[in-house]
Design a protein around this ligand. Structure first.
Ligand SMILES: C[S@@+](CC[C@H](N)C(=O)[O-])C[C@H]1O[C@@H](n2cnc3c(N)ncnc32)[C@H](O)[C@@H]1O
Length: 296
């Protein structure tokens, strides 16, 4: 069964046919992928489910949409997130920004995760750091539905330290007002300046000559507004820095993920917005993936 599935997924151009086939089989059998070896029998229902799911994956539906979930983060920050149409599927490279945030947040920090999507950074950080409170800011309703669901699915001590905020991160006044309005329902104070801001905003530069930007079918399944940010990839990042300034204080730490081609532009925008100690960070493939700074 696995060999047939791997063959079908390979023929369909799937990047990782072996692991995907194993994940789909484990999903069909309702077992952890590590326990596949222990399964002796596959009943008709599971077999049908597996074949259907392999067909969906061969049609290039994202693996995480078929499974309905994705694991994100490592060690103490490891979490399980529900994902599907309408929300960006968190990517492994963002785990590096999470690691940085876990190590950087001052004790008792008030943190904002701007452009929170499924809540990957907000919930990972709140899980790893029981002393921090996190504002998870997301503009779009469908993504925010997944975010609220993921926040509510966390253990109570984590869920109660994450407040979901509906706001546009490029509008400093609107964002400040939306955060202030959170103080009532969540019960904890948000009148202090932010100590740390993390953001994985839309950042892929878009072709402007009318030809569609070449992306894989899996990336095309993410909402367009979650991925693309104008011709230079900076349409959200540049105005978002003004929001960070407005909500931060001298010393507020900032980490922003970006396109591998826009590291210098992000550093220049941070410098122009009054941030110091600007430092690029590479991903595991050696590409510049996120930049950190401190508010001056
Ligand atoms: C690349 S996704 C990242 C999601 C999540 N932080 C992660 O790492 O998986 C960017 C997210 O920003 C949201 N977004 C786009 N423009 C926004 C804006 N102006 N204000 C707030 N959220 C925005 C999108 O809906 C999407 O959920």
């Amino acid at each position: 069964m696995l060999a047939d599935a791997v063959e079908a997924l390979t023929a369909a151009g799937v990047d990782s046919p072996q692991p995907d086939a194993r994940w789909l089989l484990a999903h069909a059998l309702r077992v952890d992928v590590g326990r596949l070896i222990l399964v002796d029998e596959v009943d008709e229902t599971a077999l049908r489910r597996f074949r259907d799911d392999v067909a969906r994956r061969a049609a290039r539906e994202p693996l995480q949409h078929i499974l309905g979930r994705v694991g994100f983060g490592a060690d103490t920050a490891a979490i399980d997130l529900r994902v599907g149409p309408g929300v960006f599927v968190p990517r492994p490279e963002t785990e590096l920004l999470l690691q940085w945030a876990v190590a950087t947040a001052p004790r008792g920090a008030l943190v904002a995760d701007l452009c929170s999507g499924s809540g990957a950074l907000a919930l990972g950080l709140a899980t790893a750091r029981p002393d921090v409170r996190v504002l998870a800011v997301e503009l779009f309703d469908d993504a925010r539905t997944w975010l609220r669901r993921n926040a509510a699915a966390q253990p109570v001590p984590v869920a109660t330290r994450v407040a979901v905020v509906a706001a546009d991160v490029t509008d400093p006044g609107g964002l400040a007002a939306a955060i202030a309005a959170q103080a009532g329902p969540t019960g904890w104070p948000v009148d202090a300046a932010l100590d740390l801001v993390v953001a994985n905003p839309p950042y892929v530069p878009e072709l402007t000559d009318g030809t569609p930007t070449p992306i894989s079918p899996e990336v095309a399944a993410d909402p367009h507004r979650a991925v693309f940010a104008g011709a230079d990839g900076m349409a959200v990042i540049t105005p978002m820095l003004q929001s960070v300034r407005a909500l931060g204080r001298p010393g507020t730490a900032l980490g922003v993920e970006h396109d591998d081609a826009t590291g210098p532009a992000v550093a220049a925008a941070m410098d122009a917005a009054g941030f110091a100690a600007i430092e690029p960070h590479d991903d595991l493939a050696g590409a510049q993936r996120f930049t950190t700074a401190v508010q001056g």
